[in-house]
Design a protein. Structure first.
Length: 114
């Protein structure tokens, strides 16, 4: 599971560099994200623009990261592909997560909030 990250003013942008988050890589994704959120700033934006497929294990891993983050942190999602967005919508997880159209908009909202 390849994840890249870059810190901006008050936020960490984590980009998933894989086309799937599924049962094969869900545990590794969760472990890598925990490392990045444990040492990260209070806002974490997960750029999922390259993720074309998300199964229930992948969704569970994203939710587990949300539950494991520090109480003062937020986990926001960006750039969901249509199939991935549909999973969040059908499970009503789109009401739990802040979802941005793209990573640039998410980071700009961070900058404007400062």
């Amino acid at each position: 599971m390849k994840l890249n990250h870059k810190d901006f003013n008050g936020a960490r942008l984590v980009t998933v560099c894989e086309d799937r988050i599924d049962a094969v890589c869900a545990i590794q994704f969760k472990d890598e994200m925990r490392k990045l959120t444990d040492e990260g700033p209070n806002r974490v934006v997960l750029d999922m623009s390259q993720v074309q497929f998300l199964d229930s294990s992948g969704l569970g891993a994203v939710v587990a990261v949300l539950k494991a983050k520090k109480s003062e942190q937020s986990l926001e999602l960006a750039s969901l592909q249509p199939a991935v967005h549909k999973v969040f919508r059908l499970t009503r997880m789109d009401t739990v997560f802040s979802i941005h159209d793209d990573a640039t908009a998410a980071i700009e909202s961070v900058a404007n909030a400062s």
